[in-house]
Design a protein around this ligand. Sequence first.
Ligand code: C5J
Length: 223
Amino acid sequence: TSTLLTADAQPFAFEFDVARTALVIIDMQRDFIEPGGFGETLGNDVSLLAAIVPACQAMLAGWRRAGGLVIHTREAHRPDLADCPPAKRNRGNPTLRIGDEGPMGRILVMGEPGNQIIDALAPVEGEIVIDKPGKGAFYATGLQSMLQQRGIARLLFAGVTTEVCVQTSMREANDRGYDCLLLEDCTESYFPRFKAATLEMVRAQGGIVGWTAPSTALLGALE
Ligand code: C5J
């Protein structure tokens, strides 16, 4: 509907209409959430991230009920890794590099078991799935034209990790003129202090990157 709704948010109320707003769920793929994937090979405790799944499920269910557009992203590379810069593949000293064979198939490669969105948040018919080779969802993807074709002006962000792919995507969107809101309980980092800092930096200076709010504030506005 084109009715303007209002959600309690920081630094001030967020106005949105379902018809021109999309829920963007960033990289809730097995690689980051389950043991044996890319996240764990970088030395992270993946159980921290799994904790947001129930809140993401509730938000997704409410947004679907309201008839809103849902976009899922996956950090995913071509099997030949032509879209993976060596700088990305070689940085740090991961036990498994992008493209290597891991317990859930080749790390961060399209089509592999580890690259699938977790069952609890699996896309359904009519939802858009974006495979992105970078951290941001706009870089080298068709996301912007898909949003433009549908008249989307506002984005609600969920997913992982808060300060990497979520924040990068949100900043890309903000520079492209979208009003962006980060769903506080639907995002997580392997470093809790980075999540806290990201929420603060997004909404500082009058919402320099956008808004933040708990998912219940958005869901409440939909009722
Ligand atoms: C990372 C992501 N952290 N989805 N990817 O490498 O945030």
